[in-house]
Design a protein around this ligand. Structure first.
Ligand code: HEC
Length: 426
């Protein structure tokens, strides 16, 4: 590969021999790497952040060139679970093939520093939360203890006295060294008592909640209000849309603590919401799974199976009014804005797509290499229309080959889920 790159660059040099410079300009740290790292690495590889080391200087890169080459070439870094070729998302953190090539060939050519005056700062176009109308913060700092990962849910009061629409979301990790993701779930007034019981049953603040928030219906019905992962500045929801929260609701804040870098430290995370008293179109982040898997426990993953697949194809349109409390009308064309997928640790890959009546498909989200530790919600660059004759296809693959117990739907570490979700409006 190295030789090929060399041959190619000589060809380019020959082809370019009419121009003034005799050799093609080799990328340097200042000309090519720092601008890229500012955008794609620094959001996590900076001081007091989730990544184990900083990547903010030339010296930082010099210290880690071998690891960087491997991690970048293998597409392990930056973490970006969605597969290519499914859909384009806002705030895509992944590197293009050209960018990967820039980094690897820079390292192969000896990781030259170059001159600081070659540096041109880049402007980030990452989505962000534009306004904060309500913040909810943990009452007290909490020190997680379960290593390497603790998933803990906290029940937060929702102080609004009138109906409000959440039109943007962000989490602010209290200790960015250990907060790996935050998902806010809606506890509707009718479900609050069930969550209060979970809270009361655990002597420490909140409760351990490995998969979803727990609560009614095995955690399958809890609506997301927002999801945050390191590096994100939060996001506004599609213009003039929002998620309705009525007074008397609560928010379940699920925090994934990863203690592999640091432990024994307290955290006091908060979440920020942008709120509007009215919106043109009410949205909903609708959880999506086959109810039989949940209620009849038909999603059995036998011990020792290397590739157990479950799939479900269903058109929600005739039932939309029923399943969304009439937020989404039955039998009408609607719009999909984002998607998420959720499995536990036996998950290998998952996909959710729209199947049109003419046989064509529109991929919403494809996670080719499931990583339980990097979960999120992905907003489409172009919203997707959903016709009353379309269907949603959900598919999950599981590997239970090194286990002597069968798995089935549930909330625990030994249980599994195959759950999708999407932000949908009229
Ligand atoms: C969204 C956060 C995030 C971003 C963005 C990110 N990283 Fe990381 N990186 C991490 C975390 C967390 C770890 C440690 C845990 C792990 O390996 O997953 C890590 C680990 C690494 C490692 C060590 C891997 C190993 O095998 O030991 C390298 C090398 C690395 N990152 C390089 C990069 C580079 C280069 C970029 C930018 C092009 C980048 N990362 C962007 C979060 C991030």
């Amino acid at each position: 590969m190295r030789r090929l790159a060399f041959v190619l660059s000589s060809l380019v040099a020959v082809a370019g021999c009419g121009s003034k410079s005799a050799s093609p300009s080799t990328p340097t740290y200042w000309s090519a790497i720092k601008p890229l790292a500012d955008q794609k690495c620094a959001p996590c590889h900076s001081e007091n952040n989730i990544a184990p080391f900083t990547l903010s200087s030339f010296a930082d890169f010099k210290d880690h060139t071998d690891k960087v080459r491997v991690a970048v070439a293998a597409k392990k870094m930056p973490p970006w679970p969605p597969g290519k070729g499914c859909s384009d998302y806002l705030g895509d953190r992944s590197l293009s093939d050209d960018e990967i090539n820039t980094i690897t060939s820079w390292i192969d050519a000896g990781a030259v520093e170059g001159n600081p005056n070659e540096y041109q700062a880049t402007v980030s176009n990452a989505p962000r939360l534009s306004r904060i109308d309500r913040s909810l913060k943990l009452d007290n700092a909490y020190t997680p203890t379960l290593k390497p990962d603790e998933y803990r849910c906290f029940l937060m009061d929702w102080p609004e006295t009138e109906t409000k629409y959440i039109s943007g979301f962000r989490a602010n990790p209290g200790n960015a060294n250990i907060v790996h993701h935050v998902i806010a779930f809606l506890a509707q007034p009718a479900d609050v008592a069930a969550y209060e019981q979970l809270d009361a049953a655990d002597p420490t603040p909140g409760w351990v909640c490995f998969g979803g928030p727990g609560g009614p219906n095995g955690g399958a019905g809890a609506r997301w209000l927002g999801a945050w992962a390191p590096g994100s500045l939060g996001t506004d929801y599609p213009a003039n849309t929002g998620l309705k929260v009525v007074p008397g609701s609560k928010v379940v804040m699920q925090i994934h603590y990863n203690l592999s870098k640091l432990d024994g430290v307290p955290d006091q995370t908060s979440v920020d919401f942008k709120l509007d008293p009215t919106v043109q179109k009410e949205g909903i982040i609708q959880p999506w799974t086959n109810p039989e898997w949940v209620q009849q426990k038909t999603m059995t993953i036998p011990a020792g199976t290397a590739d157990q697949m479950f799939e479900w194809t269903f058109n929600p349109s005739p039932y939309f009014g029923y399943i969304t409390d009439n937020v989404i009308p039955t039998g009408e064309a609607v719009t999909m804005w984002s998607a998420n997928l959720h499995m536990h640790t036996r998950g290998v890959s998952a996909r959710i797509e729209i199947q049109h009546a003419d046989g064509t498909r529109d991929c919403m989200l494809d996670i080719p290499k499931w990583d339980f530790h990097w979960q999120g919600s992905y907003s489409f660059q172009t919203p997707k229309p959903y016709a009353p004759t379309d269907k949603i296809h959900l598919q999950c693959h599981f590997d239970n080959s090194d286990s002597t117990i069968a798995r089935n739907w549930g909330e625990g570490t030994d249980d599994e889920m195959c759950l999708g979700g999407f932000y949908v409006t009229k």
